[in-house]
Design a protein around this ligand. Structure first.
Ligand SMILES: NC(=O)C1=CN([C@@H]2O[C@H](COP(=O)(O)OP(=O)(O)OC[C@H]3O[C@@H](n4cnc5c(N)ncnc54)[C@H](OP(=O)(O)O)[C@@H]3O)[C@@H](O)[C@H]2O)C=CC1
Ligand SMILES: O=C[C@H](O)[C@@H](O)[C@@H](O)[C@H](O)C(=O)O
Length: 317
């Protein structure tokens, strides 16, 4: 039976976004063939929204998988897919942004992406090949200049929509204060153990949709841990509903009005993660999840290094 994935409309974007995306950042980093095969498999099982980034090195694999899916007739046109990619912090300098977007399009073999996000609210002044990075290469963003260049990407038709990622309320407000085209999306960590209530409320008021990364807590990766997948309260709910913990976490994100971006390169788990649209959590389940002690998992400081500017940003997010 074909799965119908609900969509959400985004501000200033004519194309609706499927509410669940397949992530493409894997640990340990997967090679091109593995990533390509996983994306092709995800298209076969029904995913239509893919989340990549220049920084993940997965754009080429996504591009090859799309080309192959078209060749095999798994999809009739590129338009049936929603592709999100992100501006790498090393290119987050106004004159480099349109060229960076074009480089991502070349990697993806596409004429446009559907959503282009500023990956993080920092600029790295060098191309970095490994993390953590030295403090000297980290700079705050020139938000006005960077956002104008993001708007230019949209005006040029390189992307249907533009947005931000890892932006706190304060930084999102800074973008809004200079924007002619407001961000359509803010992609942030969100899961039953990191609710993002304040940011979600702020973005809702401003018409900015939240996409939730690491909705499963990024278990078995270096940037996440098993706090979601091994949570006793979630296990009890999953048991009572006849679902898995992953499904409970994804359904919870969806019921909050946000769109999960979950990564799985395993066919059974890919399928399982799509089975969240024909059942609901009970009021009691929602209340139990509401009471879970909050622990932020993914931090910029843990990825890029424990530098003052990053610790300050993490504290706001
Ligand atoms: N904007 C940003 O800064 C960030 C964006 N992202 C994006 O979000 C995506 C998802 O987040 P991510 O951090 O990968 O973490 P997730 O919360 O999606 O967790 C991924 C991990 O969960 C496993 N998994 C997936 N489904 C199941 C399941 N049903 N049962 C048990 N284990 C499961 C995966 O393994 P397996 O593949 O073996 O199934 C993988 O180890 C990324 O791939 C990336 O695209 C992520 C972090 C930061
Ligand atoms: O600036 C830092 C990077 O953007 C970092 O936040 C991301 O690469 C993140 O780990 C991800 O997986 O998307």
């Amino acid at each position: 039976m074909e799965i119908v994935i609900p969509t959400v409309s985004l501000s200033n974007c004519e194309k609706a976004m499927p509410v669940i995306a397949m992530g493409t950042s894997s640990y340990p980093p997967a090679d091109l063939e593995t990533t390509k095969a996983a994306i092709l498999e995800a298209i076969k099982v029904g995913y239509r929204h893919f989340d990549t980034a220049f920084a993940y090195g997965s754009e080429k694999a996504v591009g090859e998988a799309i080309a192959e899916a078209l060749g095999l007739g798994l999809i009739q046109s590129r338009d049936q897919l929603f592709i999100t990619t992100k501006l790498a912090p090393s290119f987050a300098d106004p004159p480099q942004i349109v060229p960076a977007c074009k480089a991502s399009l070349q990697n993806l073999q596409l004429e446009y992406v559907d959503l282009y996000l500023i990956h993080s609210p920092v600029r790295l002044t060098e191309m970095v090949s490994k993390t953590p990075v030295e403090r000297e290469v980290i700079q705050p963003l020139d938000i006005k200049g960077v956002w104008e260049s993001m708007e230019e990407c949209k005006r040029l038709g390189l992307t249907k929509a533009i947005g931000i990622s890892n932006f706190s309320c304060r930084l999102t407000q800074e973008v809004l204060s200079v924007a002619k085209i407001p961000p359509a999306v803010n992609q942030v960590e969100m899961n039953p153990l990191w609710h993002q209530k304040k940011l979600r409320e702020f973005c809702r008021e401003k018409g900015i949709h939240i996409t939730a990364y690491s909705p499963l807590g990024a278990n078995n990766t270096t940037w996440g841990d098993n706090r979601v997948m091994e949570n006793d309260v979630l296990a009890r709910i999953a048991n009572a509903r006849g679902k898995t913990i992953a499904q409970v976490a994804l359904r919870w994100v969806y019921e909050q009005g946000a769109s999960p971006v979950a990564k799985s390169f395993n066919t059974d788990r890919m399928k399982q993660n799509l089975q969240i649209f024909d059942w609901a959590l009970t009021q009691q389940d929602l209340e139990s999840i509401d009471k879970l002690p909050q622990v932020k998992g993914v931090t910029l400081a843990s990825i890029l290094g424990p530098h003052d500017i990053l610790l300050d940003m993490d504290a706001e997010l």
